[in-house]
Design a protein around this ligand. Structure first.
Ligand SMILES: Nc1ncnc2c1ncn2[C@@H]1O[C@H](COP(=O)(O)OP(=O)(O)OP(=O)(O)O)[C@@H](O)[C@H]1O
Ligand SMILES: [Mg+2]
Length: 228
């Protein structure tokens, strides 16, 4: 589904160069939950940004369903193939909870009534009560905001969800809840909204990382499988 072939990446400034990834090769299959651990600054966010096509590797290539990202229209890719959730929930501040989740579908040209219905279903799926639909995100707890962000990622319809420390701002109970929801999205069978996603989650939490089907560690620019 998403493949990295010998990917190397450096940040280059006028007088400096930071080598971050050295020949990373791996495949992320559909319907699996992956975690990536590694020390601060080792390149985890960089790797996700390459997979999100926010930037391109200097060497090697990334393929989505067998097609190199460079050959896929970036707007389409970011909209319907891969979506990212972050540690800070990045919801639209002046839109209500349900409007946040409707937004990706409205952008896709879906009619408002239909987008609202789909958004309500997705919010139910991530355990957000109807009484919260009309609130602004800042009036929700961190855990609730992150669940809304997941619903919004699902509304975009992307098959791959990249999650960069999605539990970084949450307490243990809310972290577990978010990970349980992500795992459920991976397991669900076709036909159910959000079914069979591929999820790649960066985390500093070793216990949460163990929830993965495949656990990776990034160190010295190289990605390795961690045996459970
Ligand atoms: N725009 C940039 N220009 C130059 N160097 C950068 C830039 N962004 C990141 N870096 C450097 O690249 C390296 C990898 O950064 P990255 O953000 O990918 O690490 P990370 O593994 O996500 O770390 P953390 O766990 O702290 O989030 C770091 O050394 C960082 O300082
Ligand atoms: Mg990071």
């Amino acid at each position: 589904m998403l493949t990295l072939e010998n990917v190397s990446y450096s940040y280059t400034g006028r007088s400096s160069r930071v080598d971050v990834l050295h020949g990373v090769t791996c495949t992320f299959e559909q319907g699996k939950f992956y975690t990536i651990q590694g020390p601060s600054g080792c390149g985890k966010s960089t790797m996700l940004s390459l997979m999100a096509a926010l930037d391109h590797p200097q060497e090697g290539r990334i393929l989505y369903d067998g097609t190199p990202l460079k050959e896929i229209k970036t707007a389409r890719y970011r909209h319907s193939c891969v979506t990212t959730i972050f540690q800070r929930f990045n919801l639209l501040t002046y839109a209500t909870v349900i409007e946040n989740v409707m937004y990706p579908q409205l952008l896709n040209g879906v009619k408002a009534a239909e987008a609202r219905k789909a958004a309500a279903e997705l919010l139910a799926k991530v355990d957000i009560a109807e009484s919260l639909h009309k609130r602004l995100p800042r009036n929700l707890s961190g855990g609730e905001q992150q669940r809304v962000a997941i619903a919004r990622a699902l509304a975009a319809g992307a098959k791959v969800i990249l999650a960069d420390e999605p539990t970084g701002n949450l307490d243990e109970e809310n972290s577990r809840r978010v990970v349980a929801i992500l795992k459920q999205l991976v397991r669900e069978k076709d036909g159910q909204p959000g079914s069979g996603k591929t999820i790649i989650m960066v985390t500093h939490d070793g216990d949460l990382a163990k929830e993965a089907d495949v656990m990776y560690s990034l160190r010295g620019g190289m990605l390795r499988v961690v045996e459970a």
